[in-house]
Design a protein around this ligand. Sequence first.
Ligand SMILES: Cc1ncc(COP(=O)(O)O)c(C=O)c1O
Ligand SMILES: N[C@@H](CCCC[NH3+])C(=O)O
Length: 421
Amino acid sequence: MDHFNYVDGVLHAEDVPLTRIAAEVGTPVYVYSTATLTRHFKLFQQALDWTDHLVCFAVKSNSNLAVLKLLGDLGAGMDIVSAGEYARAKAAGVPGERIVFSGVGKTAAEMRMALEGGIRQFNVESEPEMELLSQVASSMGVTAPIAVRVNPDVDAKTHEKIATGKSENKFGIPIAKAREVYARAAALPGIEVVGIDMHIGSQLTDLEPYRLAYAKMAELTRALRADGHDIRRLDMGGGLGIPYRRDNNAPPLPIEYGQVIRDAVGDLGCEIEIEPGRNISGNAGILLSSVIYLKEGEGRDFLILDAAMNDLIRPAMYSAHHDIVPVVEQAPGAPVAPYDVVGPVCETGDTFEKAVELPGLGAGDLVALRSAGAYGAVMASEYNSRPLVPEVLVNGDQFAVIRARPTLEEMLGRDTIPEWL
Ligand SMILES: Cc1ncc(COP(=O)(O)O)c(C=O)c1O
Ligand SMILES: N[C@@H](CCCC[NH3+])C(=O)O
C-alpha cells in the first residue's frame, strides 16, 4: 500500500496534488511520501517484534538526507557501503552504534573513518579485508566488531544482476570455509567477532530462497558456537521484493518474512538485524515527468518525456517495469492508445517502456512512473549534461524540496579548465 492515489481525478502524493508540485518545482522530479516510508519501516519493526532487533535501512536504495533522518528518527539503523553513505547516515543524525558497514571493497580510509566515528559492526566479505581491518583497528588501539558475510550458494530467483548469494557471485565467503575464517578472525588482534551476516539478493518475490539460506545460517551458528565463538547477532540481509505492477500477485509481506526468520533462527537467542532497502523506499516514491512531444512514428507513436534514463536507469539496465500513469485521470471509457514512452537522451535504450496503453496525452501533460523511490534518484547521473533530478518529500498537505535541481551555472562551475589550455 502506498499514499499515491487519485483524488477528484488528480494523482496525489498524500494530500498534495502532483500538479502542484510540478507547477512549483518543475519536472522531472522525484516525489516521496513520508507516510509510506513510515508505514513500511514500521511493518519491518512489527515483523521482528518477537526479539531484540535492528532494522537497518539499506542507504543505497535512497540516500537523501531527509529520508535518512525520517527513518533514523523512527529508530532505524543504517546499512551502508561507502564513506559517502557513512557520512550521510551520520549527517542525518544516526549514531554509529546503529550503522552497519557492508560491501566487498572497503578501503583502509573508510575503515578508519567508521572506527573513529563509531560503528555497530563491519560485515566483512573476504579474508584480505579482515586482515586489513585488524591492522587498521590495531593501529588505532581499538578492536573492530565484525560479522563475516557468508555466501550460502542459494539461488535467489531474481534478476541475475542483483543476485548475490550464489557461489559465482563476488559476495561473501563460501559458507563451507566459514569455520576456518572465523578461526582466523579469533586470532587477529584487531577483530572482535559478534555475529554472522548474509544477503542473497534483491527483489526476491519468493520466501523459499530465504528459508534455504537461513537454515544454513542456523546450522553455522551452532557450529561456530561449538567452536567457541560468541555468535550473538545475526544479520539476515535485505532483499524482500515489492510489487512493481498493480495487477500482479503481491510478493510476501514483511510479517511473513519475519516469520521465516523466526522459524529458522528464533531459538538461537541472537539479536536479529535486517537490511531492507527497496521494500521501505520503493513504493514510497514516484518520478513525476511532463510530456515534451507526442511524436508520430511509423507504426508507433512516441511519448517523449522530460525524464530520461539518466534520471531512472532501471528500465534500461534491468529491463525493469515501472507503471506509467497519467496524473490527470481521464474519464472512464476514454480511448487509450499504445505509446512507446521514451526520454530525450540520445540512446535507443532510453526507453521506459514500449506499447504502454495510455489515454490521449500531449505536450505538457504530466505522467508518473510509479515504484521509483528505490534505486531511482541514487542511480541518477548527469548524462547528456542533464541536471541531476531533484527530490521532494511530502508530508500530509505540505511538501519540501529535499534536493534542489542544480542550475546550469552550478553544473559548469564544478569543472576546471587548466590555465595551460
Ligand atoms: C548487503 C546488502 N544489504 C541490503 C541490500 C538491500 O537490498 P534491498 O533494497 O533489495 O532490500 C543490498 C542490496 O541488494 C545489499 O547488497
Ligand atoms: N540497483 C538494483 C538493486 C541493487 C541492489 C544492491 N544490493 C535495482 O535497481 O533493482
